[in-house]
Ligand binder design. Structure first.
Ligand code: PLP
Length: 373
């Protein structure tokens, strides 16, 4: 099997798995209990928080553990809403993940106004686009750090600074970017940031929300006093431990992974260009997640390509199937105004540091033969 769908989920880091095992088996004390058996769990929680904070240049008290990206995104927007005074407008982008867009839909039903920023044809949300939407009514701006379908990296530092000029709070969904590009929350100037472990070789079902000290956010739900009374519920210690190790390992390897991934990407694209005459590469080639390649083939069906590659034991994803099943072209491809003939034939190949050049050759050969047939 060749796995080239790492933006959907990624293989668990083996060191992360080893670190998790004791907490799945023997070290099961509830960290909220005062007896000595729980001390090790409590220490693991503290250490994991410190490791994660260090990876993104945050303070440990600014890291809140969650169940993943969807929960972090929901909490960020819903938890901020009650704290933005009379401001009733939320600005986000048209290419966000549904964890943001559907949360905004639900807030619209509660009376908030939602404004959608439009990207350029490469998926960039420009500072000038944000500037035309800012006013004293805007309480929250939320723009993703990197797009999950086309890989474009957004100018977060500039966008956050503009939002602050108008007194708005800035959140970024960094689910695809975390562990893949360098992230320094202080340098970026973001107030909140969402992340999910399974996108950076951590376990599934665990993530975190960074909340800058002093940011007013309501608790996610009510219950116990875990996570400084902000996110009640007994902590997922094995998941949190695995997430910290996976993030730390990925962050240490970022530079060498980048080189490897860019090399694989170049190999993929140059070979494909010699085999297939007509296709488009989506996203911004200068600012994109290394290893995430979105390709559109005219007059083809992405779904068909996916299934034909699956028969050859190659896992990729379509870039056009909308998960709600109502439309055949995703909201992202619509927003970048990709022509329908190309949009329908879009696939996403998302590579990891574990992919090899011989795997790329196989993907290219199989893909070319499907497109030509
Ligand atoms: N945000 C983005 C940009 C994503 O790509 C995803 C998952 O694909 C999510 C949020 C949701 O993350 P999770 O699956 O951890 O809930």
């Amino acid at each position: 099997m060749i796995y080239a769908d790492n933006a959907a989920t990624s293989k668990l880091d083996s060191q992360a798995l080893d670190a998790m095992m004791p907490y799945l088996k023997d070290v099961y004390g509830n960290p909220s209990q005062p007896y000595s058996f729980s001390r090790e769990s409590k220490a693991a929680l503290r250490k994991s928080r410190e490791i994660i904070a260090k990876c993104i240049n945050a303070d440990p008290q600014e890291i809140y553990f969650t169940s993943g990206g969807t929960e972090s995104d929901n909490w960020a927007l819903k938890g901020l809403c009650d704290n933005i005074g009379g401001r009733n407008t939320i600005v986000t982008s048209a290419i966000e993940h549904h964890a943001i867009l559907k949360t905004c839909d639900s807030l619209k039903n509660r009376g908030y106004k939602i404004q959608l920023l439009q990207p350029d044809s490469s998926g960039v949300i420009s500072p000038s686009e944000l500037s035309s939407h800012l006013s004293k009514d805007v309480g929250i701006v939320s723009v993703m750090m990197a797009n999950n379908e086309i890989g474009t990296i957004e100018p977060i530092k500039e966008l956050a600074s503009m939002a602050h000029e108008y007194g708005a709070v800035f959140h970024t969904d960094a689910v695809q970017a975390m562990g893949h590009i360098k992230i320094d929350v202080k340098d970026l100037g973001v107030d909140l940031l969402s992340a999910s472990a399974h996108k950076f070789n951590g376990p599934r079902g665990v993530g975190f929300l960074y909340v800058k000290k002093g940011t007013k956010l309501s608790p996610l739900h009510n219950g116990g006093s875990q996570e400084s009374n902000m996110r009640a519920g007994t902590e997922n210690i094995p998941g949190i431990v695995g997430m910290a190790i996976a993030l730390n390992n990925n962050c240490e390897l970022i530079q060498s992974s980048h080189q490897h991934l860019i090399q694989l990407e170049n190999q993929l694209l140059s070979k494909l260009k010699t085999n297939v005459i007509d296709f488009k590469i989506n996203g911004n080639r200068d600012f994109h997640l290394p290893g995430l390649v979105s390709l559109s083939f005219p007059n083809k069906e992405g779904e068909m390509i996916l299934h034909r590659l699956d028969l050859k034991h190659i896992c990729i994803s379509t870039g056009s199937a909308c998960d709600a099943g109502r439309e055949d072209i995703s909201h992202v491809l619509k927003a970048i105004k990709l022509e329908k003939t190309y949009a329908k034939g879009t696939i996403r190949i998302s590579l990891s540091k574990d992919n090899t050049d011989s795997e790329i050759d196989i993907i290219c050969d199989e893909l070319s033969s499907i497109i030509r047939s």
